[in-house]
Design a protein around this ligand. Structure first.
Ligand code: FAD
Length: 418
C-alpha cells in the first residue's frame, strides 16, 4: 500500500487545472457584449446546454437571430472538466430511469440513443475534432455482491456480462471481479474540444457569441425579455438558460493513453455554495490516488499530471428537470447530476420545444412535465447529505446492505445508489 504522505505528494505535484482545458490550442476569448443588443433568442451560458440550444435553434430556423452570452469562457465549467463519458442515458443510468419513469422508460431509452447518434452526426457534419469514439463503457464489480447485480443488469439490458478473466483482459486490475460492457450506449470525448467546436459551429451558422458577459438580471414585459449584463442590455423575444449549478468521475483512457481517474468523493457545501476554490481539494485527490493504486498496484511509482474538480448540479431524482418562467418566455433545463455531456443536447431540444409553446413529443413526456421533490432547506439539506454519504460508505463496507436512512430515502423516491 502506498503511504498517505506519498499519495499527497504525488497528487499535489500535478497541475491544478482540468486536463482537457490545459491546452496550447485553446481558443482566444471572444469579445464581451457591450452596449445594447436585440435578438429573437438569447441563450445564457456557454456550456453544452447553451451551445446545443443555440446550434439547434439556428439550424431549425436560420432566419432567427440568436445571441449566446457566457459569463466566463466557453466550456470552462462542468462541460470542460467532466469525465468525457458521453452516454445515451437521459436518466442518469437505466436503473434510475426504469424506477422513476417506468411507463415511458422505453421511449426515454430510444430518445437517448437517437440523441447520442445525433451528437455523433453533428460532430461529423461540422468537422469537430474532439476524439469522439464510440468505444462503449464497462461498469465493474469490485465487491462479490456486485457480481450478481451486474449479471442481472446484463440480462435486463442486453449488455455483455464479463467474468473476472474477461474484464481483466480489458482492464487489468486485480480488484475487478466482473464487468458489464455497454458497447452501444456510450462514447468517449475530449469535452473541452467538443465545447470549443460547438461554439465554432454556432458562429459558422450565424450565432453571435459573447464571452466574459455575465447576465446579472432578467425582467419580462409583453414584448419579451430584458437580460441585463455588466456592460449593457440584451433584449430578446425568448430566453433559454443553460447556466447549470456551479461534481463523480470514473475511469477512462484519453486519446494520448493517459488514465483519467476520478469519482466517488462528492462533497456538498452548506447552502449549495459554489466557489472556484472548492475545485481543488487535496484530501479528495489523495483518496482518489489511494483508490488508483489499489486498483492498479502494478502502476505504483508513477505520478499524476493534472488534478481538478468541479460543481455538479443535481436534484432529488438525479436526472434533468425542465420548465419555463416569465409566462413561457424563459426556459430552463437543470439537474443533470453526473451525466449531462450528452443529455444536455436533449435538454436543449426540450427548452426550444417549451419556448415554441407548441406541444411536442418531448413536452408531453412525464419526465418533462413532472418536477423532482425539492431538497429541504438548510440545515436539513446539509445534515441529510452528510447522513447519506456516511450511509453509502457503510453500505460499501456491508456488501451493499442499505441502512434505515437509505431505505427511507428509497421509499421517498430520493434514493441514490452510487
Ligand atoms: C467533475 C465532473 C465530472 C463529470 N463527469 C461527467 C461525465 O463523465 N459524463 C457526463 O455525462 N457528465 C459528467 N458531468 C456532468 C456534465 O459535465 C454536466 O452535466 C454538463 O456539462 C452540464 O452542462 P451545462 O452547459 O448545463 O453546464 P456548464 O458546463 O456548467 O455551463 C454553464 C455555463 O453557464 C455559465 N453561466 C452561469 N451563470 C451565468 C450567467 N449569469 N451569465 C452568463 N453565463 C452564466 C457558466 O459560466 C458556465 O460556462 C461531470 C461534471 C463534473 C463537474
Amino acid at each position: 500500500m502506498v503511504p498517505s504522505e506519498e499519495l499527497t505528494r504525488l497528487v499535489m505535484a500535478a497541475q491544478p487545472a482540468p486536463f482537457w482545458l490545459d491546452r496550447p490550442d485553446a481558443p482566444a476569448a471572444r469579445e464581451p457584449l457591450r452596449g445594447d443588443a436585440a435578438c429573437d433568442l438569447a441563450v445564457i451560458g456557454g456550456g453544452f446546454s447553451g451551445l446545443w440550444t443555440a446550434l439547434l435553434a439556428k439550424e431549425a430556423n436560420p432566419g432567427r437571430s440568436v445571441v449566446l452570452i457566457e459569463g466566463n469562457r466557453i466550456g470552462w465549467a462542468a462541460s470542460g472538466r467532466n469525465g468525457g463519458f458521453c452516454e445515451a442515458s437521459l436518466t442518469h443510468g437505466a436503473e434510475n430511469g426504469r424506477e422513476r419513469f417506468p411507463a415511458e422508460f422505453g421511449t426515454l431509452q430510444r430518445l437517448g440513443a437517437e440523441n447520442l447518434d445525433a451528437i455523433e452526426a453533428a460532430i461529423g457534419k461540422y468537422g469537430i475534432d474532439c476524439d469522439f469514439e464510440r468505444a462503449g463503457s464497462i461498469t465493474v464489480a469490485t465487491e462479490d455482491y456486485q457480481v450478481g447485480e451486474l449479471r442481472e443488469a446484463a440480462a435486463a439490458d442486453g449488455s455483455m456480462f464479463l467474468d473476472a478473466e474477461a474484464v481483466r483482459a480489458q482492464v487489468n486490475s486485480p480488484t475487478y471481479l466482473a464487468g458489464l460492457w455497454d458497447k452501444e450506449g456510450s462514447a468517449g470525448v475530449q469535452p473541452a474540444r467538443l465545447a470549443w467546436g460547438l461554439a465554432d459551429a454556432c458562429e459558422r451558422i450565424g450565432v453571435r457569441i459573447a464571452e466574459r458577459t455575465p447576465a446579472t438580471g432578467l425582467a419580462s414585459d409583453e414584448d419579451g425579455v430584458t437580460v441585463r449584463t455588466r456592460g449593457g442590455v440584451l433584449r430578446a423575444r425568448r430566453v433559454a438558460l443553460g447556466t447549470n449549478a456551479f461534481p463523480p468521475l470514473d475511469y477512462r483512457l484519453t486519446s494520448d493513453n493517459r488514465i483519467l481517474w476520478g469519482g466517488y468523493d462528492a462533497i456538498y457545501h452548506f447552502g449549495g455554495d459554489v466557489r472556484r476554490a472548492y475545485d481543488q481539494r487535496p484530501a479528495t485527490f489523495a483518496k482518489l490516488a489511494g483508490h488508483f493504486f489499489s486498483t492498479f498496484p502494478q502502476l505504483e511509482g508513477i505520478g499524476f499530471s493534472h488534478r481538478w474538480g468541479g460543481a455538479i448540479d443535481t436534484c432529488s431524482r438525479f436526472c434533468a428537470f425542465f420548465g419555463t418562467a416569465h409566462r413561457g418566455r424563459v426556459a430552463y433545463a437543470l439537474g443533470y447530476t453526473g451525466l449531462g455531456v450528452a443529455a444536455t443536447r436533449f435538454g436543449a431540444r426540450v427548452m426550444l420545444d417549451l419556448l415554441s409553446g407548441q406541444p411536442t413529443e418531448l413536452t408531453q413526456l412525464e419526465m418533462v412535465r413532472s418536477k423532482p421533490v425539492p431538497f429541504p432547506p438548510e440545515p436539513l439539506a446539509y445534515l441529510g447529505v452528510q447522513a447519506t454519504r456516511w450511509s453509502l460508505a457503510q453500505a460499501d463496507r456491508r456488501s451493499g446492505r442499505r441502512n434505515l436512512w437509505l431505505r427511507a430515502l428509497d421509499t421517498a423516491g430520493m434514493g441514490y445508489d452510487s
